[in-house]
Design a protein around this ligand. Sequence first.
Ligand code: AMP
Length: 543
Amino acid sequence: MCQTLGVSAHSEEILMSEVVTVADFLRVSAASDPERVALIDAVTGEELTYAELDERVTATAQIMLDRGLVPARIGDRVAMLLGNSIDFVVTYFAVVRAGLVAVPLNPGYTVGELAGILTECDAQILLVSADTVELGIAAAPSGCAVIFCDEVLPSKESLRGLLKESLRSLVKRNSSKTAMPRIESDDLALLLFTSGSDGVPKGVMLSHENLVSNIQALASLRNPPIVSAEDTVLAVLPLFHVYGLNTVLTLAIAAGAGVVLLDRFDAEQSLEVIAREHVTTVAGAPAMYLMWSRVSSVKDAMRPTRMLTSGGAPLPAEVFTRFEELTGMRIYEGYGMTETSPVITSTVVDGKAVAGSVGSAIPGTEIKIMADFGDEAETGDPGEIWVKGPGVFSGYWPNHSDGPDAQGWFGTGDIGYLDDDRSLHLVDRRRELIIVNGFNVFPREVEIVLESIDGVSEAAVLGRPDPETGEAVSALVVLAAGSALTAEEISVMAQESLARFKCPTDIRIVRSLPRSATGKIAKGRLREVYDLGVESPDVPSNT
Ligand code: AMP
């Protein structure tokens, strides 16, 4: 399906063009202003213009197709274990241009977590960099070829034997004439694994249309524009997450803006980059704004900046206010989820950044609030947020399971209410999700790991408010009879199986967990037990 974009000099050109795939945005921007700098690696200083990026993307796509990877409605999967780098951007757009499916992975995951996902999605290729090559080789199942992206091969002999050539050197010598396949808007473009409530990661299936429609809706907002061709955008949010990938990177490429890539967030370093590169548009998460607000140079560093956005987790009113006092700028807040490509609402829609509201539904997307008994809630009354629109996914990998209902509505699991202006206010999350620095952790996944430790009988995991990360993971653990494990020992063992953000930062050993009348762990009472602490485990016994 052809869709059109909003206004402004550059967007006009996209408005007139057909955009079917995510990679079409890059083609249009490269045709519009080929010499414009598209990417700047903030650490190495490497730069690529739009023309160079577009060319490198096509060459990389040709190499993938010449290797035998098959484009299709659900094309072959290409997993990416890469930080925020030029190689990430080139390979992502190459995968989608070649009609294949990108599976970006969190380099913070453990070997076991990565191996599980790679097997589940049957990835044919795993792309790695110097930073992730050892992790990738350890995690890749047989049948999944590990391909090294950086120009300079690793110095270790053992690795050199496995990785004979880098993707970059193949691209330099590429003379392929392979034509790009025809891609339909509902072909699968992206598979993103998020934590599942049963402890097993679930693959969110996003089509080109899902991703393209979300970009077009955001690009049509003009009051103020989130990003335009004149802007320089900071891309420090991880590109393996839908927020960094679609809402920061692809939106900026669609607008023909410059993108400054930074792989790790450090408050002072990122402010230096913002000042040096004259960053005008900053997309962040609440924890980043909190940390920036503690650095005295924030006002000076952000002098060139005109647009601040936040999403992924609640932005505390104190941080919003403090930031405005410090910089004179208000932070626009958005709400969304991986399953919705991701943006559902934004305060940019009404052009009013106010603390406590996540704004109105973006154009083309509808929301409704459902009360407990299947009726829509009255204005001001909280209920579960349901969403319908072109950004909503088709379901989870591989069979499109648990997607939207027959009318296209999808229940988010979040609780909120609409005010008189149809602006959304988030109240709570119905499901037990814990959000650490914007990353989702389902308690069950952590509980399974804790319960697999020798000497642990059972475990219950809960989220606790944390001033730095929004929420932190805490655990209550019951030891097996005769076990003398300490909380520290359990913590060390958990780190072997869980990415750092999922590891409990506080483990309390208790005699028993609270149970409901039917014997289930009474999740609602965990907080109470947790607050009693290690020394007072006087809770109903499960025996
Ligand atoms: P993810 O799929 O990782 O993007 O996580 C989506 C979840 O993050 C949503 O279901 C919400 O619970 C939460 N979330 C996203 N944006 C916000 C926000 N602005 N404020 C509060 N929670 C948010």
